[in-house]
Design a protein around this ligand. Structure first.
Ligand SMILES: Nc1ncnc2c1ncn2[C@@H]1O[C@H](COP(=O)(O)OP(=O)(O)OP(=O)(O)O)[C@@H](O)[C@H]1O
Ligand SMILES: [Mg+2]
Length: 257
């Protein structure tokens, strides 16, 4: 049977340090689409991405990625993860960083030039990463995620700190990848970027408060502005959850007063 979802999560519970980040999350992410992961700082976006790519220890629950348990060997060259903050070798050139990963993944050598073009770093190919501008360095970590033609690309805030021109270009690249059948999961703080996604998962305080599309989000909240739409949903969630399910942080803060 062909499974059409890229990611299936059931009853995921994660603790990080003393924090219960997730207390039973369920979600499904379709293949070949761009799914945006949005929500305030600390709501659990990075933790969810880490769980999907298999680098997060989970307390219980199931994470299935492309039909296999998250993090399993079979997924090694099928799933790519661009972490928040560039994880690159500063004392190597851009090309050397890419060639190193290509060798590790046994990806074809031509991948290096392909991804250099895709992220627009060909002119900086032989420059040391330490000498790049902030935006260029972010593009190096994106280029690394695209080596080996993965089927699922998970990117944690890939456009943070980029100027609007570059941001638009990168979203164009994400769209091209999705058109080729690649599944993308992209987190962002910038609500404008929500409108560029096919699907949206809005998170608050370790919960998924909406699993929707950009059009449905705007229609449901009666606004043309994604930021206002999100605030509306957060306010609704706050009222729905009431006192008994106030954010754990709010409860903690009150408790310490
Ligand atoms: N090692 C840790 N020990 C304790 N708590 C942690 C640890 N790592 C993460 N957390 C907590 O887990 C929660 C979720 O963090 P996470 O990094 O997933 O949030 P995020 O949505 O990615 O935030 P941001 O938008 O700021 O990147 C936060 O409350 C964070 O403080
Ligand atoms: Mg994060």
């Amino acid at each position: 049977m062909m499974n059409n979802s890229a990611v299936e999560i059931s009853q995921l519970r994660v603790r990080r340090g003393k924090t219960h980040v997730f207390d039973g999350i369920d979600l499904t992410i379709p293949r070949g689409e761009i799914t945006g992961l949005l929500g305030p700082s600390g709501c659990g976006k990075t933790t969810l991405m880490r769980s999907i790519v298999g680098v997060q220890r989970i307390a219980s629950g199931e994470v299935t990625v492309l039909g296999h348990p998250g993090g399993s060997r079979q997924l090694r060259d099928r799933v790519a993860y661009g972490t928040q903050g560039a994880a690159v070798y500063g004392d190597l050139s851009v090309r050397q960083n890419l060639a190193y990963l290509a060798a590790l993944l046994k990806a074809p050598k031509r991948d290096v030039d392909r991804v250099l073009d895709e992220v627009g770093l060909r002119p900086q190919a032989d420059q040391l990463v330490d000498s790049l501008s902030g935006g260029q360095e972010i593009r190096v970590s994106l280029a690394l995620a695209l080596i080996g033609s993965p089927e699922l690309v998970v990117l944690d805030e890939p456009t943070v700190g980029l100027d609007p021109v570059l941001r638009t270009e990168l979203w164009g690249l994400f769209r091209e990848l999705a058109d080729r059948g690649v599944t993308l999961i992209v987190s962002s703080h910038v609500m404008d970027e929500a409108l560029r996604c096919d699907r949206l998962l809005l998170m608050r305080d370790g919960r998924i408060i909406a699993d929707t599309t950009p059009a449905a989000l705007l229609e449901d909240t009666g606004t043309a502005d994604p930021e206002a739409a999100f605030l509306t949903l957060i306010e609704r969630d706050r009222q729905l959850s009431g006192d008994t399910r106030r954010s754990r942080r709010e409860q903690r803060e009150e408790g310490s007063e």
